[in-house]
Design a protein around this ligand. Structure first.
Ligand code: SF4
Ligand code: SF4
Ligand code: FES
Length: 327
């Protein structure tokens, strides 16, 4: 079994493991972000380049470094390979550049976007983005499209990660949606506006890392951080019926699949569970769901408020002093 060292941590992995998978086996900060790779979708990855890493030693047999950053989700581990992620400042600089490109056409929609608070692009921009855009040209504009009667597409927010296309290909019969055109005019669309009417099409919403595909039954109902996620299940003939309910008081505002720390679903859920079961009585509630992410929806995110409190009290002292001085 090959051994790889990522950010000075060595791990032995099965043959065929990619650098990203090896990093996930280690966990923590070592793991590069991944906007298009999705372990449950075949042939995903290789589109967004957010997962790039620096390979400083190709293998024990051929120790030469790789000449430029490689997509970790598509590069298999070789025995003796040495990889840098967080420990290479020039790599982080390169990733900042990738994020800047992802954002050049992206709208400033976060205040009205349903994905805000659980958006991987928001988190990525926070960690790797610039405060100001250097892009001076007009951004791309698209009309909003209905993908069936339950899903709304905001193409302006799409980063063309292809995950929804893989869902359509691998989970739904008779795919009628995909990427049209090439280059900067590429867009996700349905073939001559056909609706995606399929038992598992709703999973496109869950795999979309941004707010491009939104659940029409939840749109504008609440910010996600005001909702309470609960694990729940029901007997379902189409899927395993294991979901997360996003509740406000005793009302079910949204039903999604259960996502892991990388934002990937534990299992695919059917459209009946997702869109048609919005009564508490439809579900057996298991208990609160712990969201294991550093996004706004995550519990403990507000630990940083402690720091804020200190700053606030400092401000208060300064204000009191200024008040005294003015007397
Ligand atoms: S997709 Fe994410 S980054 Fe884009 S507007 Fe929505 S929340 Fe903001
Ligand atoms: S709509 Fe979402 S899932 Fe589909 S390609 Fe765009 S960003 Fe990816
Ligand atoms: S996650 Fe590797 S290229 Fe997108």
């Amino acid at each position: 079994m090959p051994k790889v060292t990522i950010d000075n941590i060595e791990i032995e992995v099965p043959d065929g493991t990619t650098i990203l998978q090896a990093a996930r086996m280690i966990g923590g900060d070592v793991v590069p972000p991944a906007m298009c790779y999705y372990s449950k979708l075949e042939t995903s990855g290789g589109y967004c380049r957010t997962c790039i890493v620096k390979v400083t030693q190709g293998s024990a047999k051929d120790p030469r470094p790789m000449p430029k950053p490689v997509a970790s989700c598509r590069t298999p581990v070789m025995d003796g390979m040495v990889v840098q992620n967080r420990t290479a400042p020039d790599l982080l600089e390169a990733r900042n550049g990738v994020v800047e490109f992802l954002l050049i056409n992206h709208p400033l929609d976060c205040p009205i976007c349903d994905q805000a608070g659980e958006c991987h692009l928001q988190d990525l921009s926070y960690e790797n983005g610039l405060a100001k855009s250097r892009y001076e040209f007009k951004r791309r504009e698209f009309d909003k499209i209905d993908i069936g009667d339950k899903i709304k597409l905001h193409m302006t927010r799409c980063i063309l990660c292809y995950r929804c296309v893989k869902v359509a290909n691998q989970l739904c019969d008779g795919r009628v949606h995909g990427v049209l055109n090439r280059g900067d005019v590429s867009e996700i669309s349905t073939y001559i506006q056909n609706a995606v009417d399929n038992d598992f099409s709703g999973n496109m919403i869950d795999v979309c890392p941004v707010g491009a595909l939104t659940d029409k039954t939840f749109r504008f109902k609440s910010r996600v951080w005001f909702t309470k996620p609960m694990d729940a299940h029901r007997d379902c003939k189409k899927c395993d019926g294991k979901v997360a309910l996003w509740m406000s008081n005793n009302e079910v505002l949204r039903v999604t699949g259960r996502k892991d720390t990388y934002g990937e679903l534990e299992s695919w859920i059917c459209n009946e569970c997702r869109f048609d079961k919005k009564e508490v009585s439809d579900w057996k509630i298991e208990g609160p769901r712990k969201i294991d992410r550093h996004s706004v929806i995550s519990q403990n995110h507000y630990e940083s408020l402690r720091q804020l409190k200190i700053d606030v009290s400092k401000q208060k002292n300064i204000a009191e002093k200024a008040h005294q001085d003015n007397k």
